[in-house]
Write a protein that binds this ligand. Structure first.
Ligand SMILES: Nc1ncnc2c1ncn2[C@@H]1O[C@H](COP(=O)(O)OP(=O)(O)OP(=O)(O)O)[C@@H](O)[C@H]1O
Ligand SMILES: [Mg+2]
Length: 371
């Protein structure tokens, strides 16, 4: 009986090991981490930041990562909870007891989850002010930090949500200076991240070396994807690759999502050709239609016109006479305001001065469905 394969494409989560397509930033990042350099990694959403750092550390003999995801933390207590939880997962029994003693001022409790793994709880009353974080950060940056331990703060810009953000940043910065090993700061809201590391009066100014992460080079990404099709017994017509890359623009997550849908849509034929590409699009539309309809319905008439024009004409020179004419919006400031709202909703992003859809399939859907 032929071996049954599972869908080899991954999206929406971090990719590692054989699922990680080599990218040029990898060896550079490893060199910096080996030398103990702190790094701030900038990059669009879903471009591969978390995967890159995790894979970098995974391939460094004797090194280990500690990943602290602080996405949308809203209080110093929830921040302390995220840091403590990450540490508890990384510590063995003996170190765990020592850790709990060190942070006893935070009245930690330890329970076991359904899988028998320890879960730590920090008393909310013990961490109401930024200074309450000190015992935890002391442990993180001195006892835990080591030359071969890479401490990764993911979605670091979320610190800005905290009511006492500045004070928290100042305390964290002073503790990070006592570190023994490298820290990596990741963030997907690039503008806010940049300000945290560059603004004149920001505690984190110049505290880490900036690195920019781009799309995967097509000469690496396409063969990686083609191999995944081939390894699972699929034949792919060479002619489809230009279509795939022109639709997704090479965005790593979206390109994997499209390949995943193409794979699913041809379970019977195991062949992807220019003629059946649209089966894959339809699968994605079926998954995402409720979201597309909701997003479209949220927009005013002007915002819809501007978005439609970006879809059909491209997002360059959006205040030019040509764009205004094509969109039927008379005033450039009205287009600007519409773009601001499309940015706020993260439907459109600014990529080097050009306005592009953050989700290329939303664009395709608008065009195919005749909006
Ligand atoms: N090196 C890579 N090889 C193959 N696919 C990748 C690679 N990097 C990113 N991807 C694709 O992008 C997706 C998102 O990757 P990842 O979660 O690392 O990005 P991120 O920038 O951290 O995203 P977020 O903004 O959500 O935090 C992956 O699931 C995968 O589909
Ligand atoms: Mg991430």
């Amino acid at each position: 009986m032929p071996r049954k394969h599972t869908n080899p494409f991954r999206y929406g989560k971090l990719v590692q090991n054989k699922d990680f397509c080599a990218r040029p930033e990898l060896p550079i990042l490893r060199e910096y981490l080996r030398s103990g350099q702190n790094i701030v990694l900038y990059g669009e959403r879903r471009i591969g930041k978390t995967s890159l750092v995790t894979e970098a550390v995974r391939g460094m003999r004797g090194f280990k990562p500690l990943l602290i995801d602080i996405y949308e933390v809203q209080s110093v207590h929830s921040l302390s909870q995220r840091i403590a939880s990450a540490l508890v997962k990384a510590l063995d029994q003996k170190l765990l007891q020592k850790f709990l003693r060190t942070i006893s001022a935070l009245r930690p409790t330890l329970t076991l989850n359904t899988e028998g793994m320890p879960v730590v709880g920090i008393d909310a009353q013990a961490v109401t002010m930024p200074s309450g974080l000190e015992p935890l950060l002391d442990y993180l940056c001195t006892s835990f930090s080591a030359p071969n331990t890479v401490i990764i703060f993911d979605e670091f810009q979320s610190l800005l949500n905290l009511p006492d953000s500045r004070e928290v940043q100042a305390i964290l910065r002073s503790k990070v200076q006592q570190q023994r090993g490298p820290f990596v700061f990741l963030g997907s809201i690039q503008h806010e991240m940049r300000l945290m590391f560059t603004a004149q009066d920001s505690p984190f100014r110049d505290s880490a070396l900036p690195m920019e992460i781009g799309y995967l080079p097509r000469d690496k990404f396409q063969p990686y994807l083609a191999n995944k099709f081939a390894d699972t017994g699929y034949k792919v017509d060479e002619a489809v690759w230009d279509d795939i890359f022109s639709i997704t623009g090479g965005q790593p997550n979206e390109t994997q999502k499209l390949c995943s849908a193409l794979w699913m849509a041809q379970l019977d034929t195991h062949e992807v050709t220019p003629d059946n590409l649209s089966d894959g699009f339809e699968l994605i539309f079926a998954m995402q239609r409720p979201q597309f309809e909701r997003d479209w319905g949220m927009l005013t008439d002007y915002q819809q016109r501007v978005l439609r024009t970006i879809a059909h004409r491209g997002g360059e020179h959006v205040t030019s006479a040509g764009f205004l004419e094509a969109s039927g919006v008379t005033h450039a400031p009205t287009v600007r305001r519409a773009i601001d709202r499309l940015h706020a909703l993260e439907i459109v992003i600014d990529r080097g001065g050009q306005q592009v859809f953050s989700d290329p399939f939303f664009r395709l859907w608008l065009m195919e469905k005749g909006y």
